[in-house]
Write a protein that binds this ligand. Sequence first.
Ligand code: SF4
Length: 322
Amino acid sequence: MSTQIEWTQETWNPIVGCTPISAGCENCYASRAAAGPWLFNHPKYKGLTKGGKWTGKIGYGTVKELEQPLRWKKPRMIFVESMGDLFHKDVPFEEIAKVFYIIAICYWHKFQILTKRPKRMLEFFKWIEKEKRGFWGGDFAVLCAHLPTKQYEEMIEPYLTYHARMRKHYHPDLPETPDKLGDAGIYFKWPLPNLWLGVTVENHDNIERIEYLRKTPAAKRFVSLEPLLDVVSIRCLTDNTGDRRYTDNLDWVIIGAETGPGRRICKLDWVRKIIGVCKFHYIPVFVKKLEINGKITGNMEDWSKNLRVREYPKQEIKNASM
Ligand code: SF4
């Protein structure tokens, strides 16, 4: 485990940098980390921050960094882009496609993408739909198309493994046949079985992000209420009247208080209400960090019993309406 984020096991940041977009960004931990001594002089982070804040510039890692999940042989849960937002307006769809390609072929891992820009995430999937008309091999070919040739060749092996696995997953009745580069598109389907997509909803102003999320194809869809900033945001999730407008089709809810300098209040009552309603709707909940007696703690022993909830999504795959 190389991250302190409680709900994942690893982070992977092939693309970094961002711009604040809503209230939850006010004390962005990622910009502070990018401006810190460990990362400031890293080539990928050069020029990305000024005075501890994002400049809006986007940084791209090396091919080696992009391929990192291929080298992690042991399966793990990977949080993609903890140091930015993959769907930032200045990250071209072609670059996002490369990230999705790696996710697609690294079937032994699970990947979690969390965004505050789900509208653009949905646009990305529509872009693939449009682009694939020009590619033999369909969606999968679109994901491969923008890789440099050398990289593409080096990835033939995982590509073929992926192909074989997809055939088994989606077409278990088909006999095994020799794999051929370029065939994978025939078997490729959304959602990717190993990709979870999520949105951050820190207050009521951003509740519509869930609507975009629900239209995107994902094995799991999750909502991160972190930093949880006000009770208004949760009213939609805590509606015990049976209105499932916002809770239907959600697989996971993460709740967390803001941490770090300048942190804003997160009332334990809000958290209790959300847990209650998630239970009502059978949505697994993961409580990350809370403020107890003026101190932020992720140690569940410090919390009252009814707050000690750390659940994960159930294992089935849900289809999307695109
Ligand atoms: S979207 Fe995330 S990374 Fe970007 S500024 Fe907001 S909190 Fe920071």
